[in-house]
Design a protein. Structure first.
Lengths: 110, 110
């Protein structure tokens, strides 16, 4: 339970940054090498690598080195965590309205 | 399109903070007054109000003042934005695998 909380905190922190979200948008089309990912970004390679590390620690991406090329790809584990957190909050809230609705349509007790 | 991007940036920025996520977790049980929300949080009322403003600007909560009491509640608009962004990335990635699978099972051309 506690490690789950840490994982959720990490994933939301990672997604809070617009550069990291742009990286994920590119990667959702398919795996890309680190150098190709870095090209359109207006920052040093070291800064890009740091963003990638944060994404990898959050299980939002996976990287693999083959020869001299490191390639990044989407990792669904982190996405599933965030998706579940959001959906759970929404469902709790919606269920509350369903209960209120049921109370309001209940036949009046005499 | 551009304002949509701004809205997504705002919502993810808002969700990147653990205090703001804790506030949303409390609110998903039902509406709560600002002072009740602030009680368990180890910060000044001014700091809490600032977090609430960020959540409200991101359409993740709505606040309403009745008399001297301001009450907060979940606003689903911001949740829907974030949920869609996450799901879209995941679906793009999954569809890519489906296409690869289809290519691999296609009968060989002679």
């Amino acid at each position: 339970m506690h490690s789950q909380q840490v994982a959720i905190d990490r994933a939301f922190h990672a997604l809070g940054d617009p550069t990291r979200r742009a990286i994920l948008e590119s990667l959702s089309q398919g795996p890309i090498s680190v150098s190709t990912l870095a090209k359109p970004l207006d920052m040093t390679l070291a800064a890009v690598v740091q963003h990638l590390q944060i994404l990898e620690e959050s299980n939002l991406i996976r990287t693999e080195k083959v020869g001299r090329v490191r390639t990044c790809q989407i990792e669904l584990k982190g996405f599933a965590l965030v998706e579940k957190w959001i959906t759970d909050r929404r469902l709790l809230w919606e269920r509350r309205f369903d209960r209120l609705g049921a109370l309001l349509t209940e036949p009046e007790q005499k």
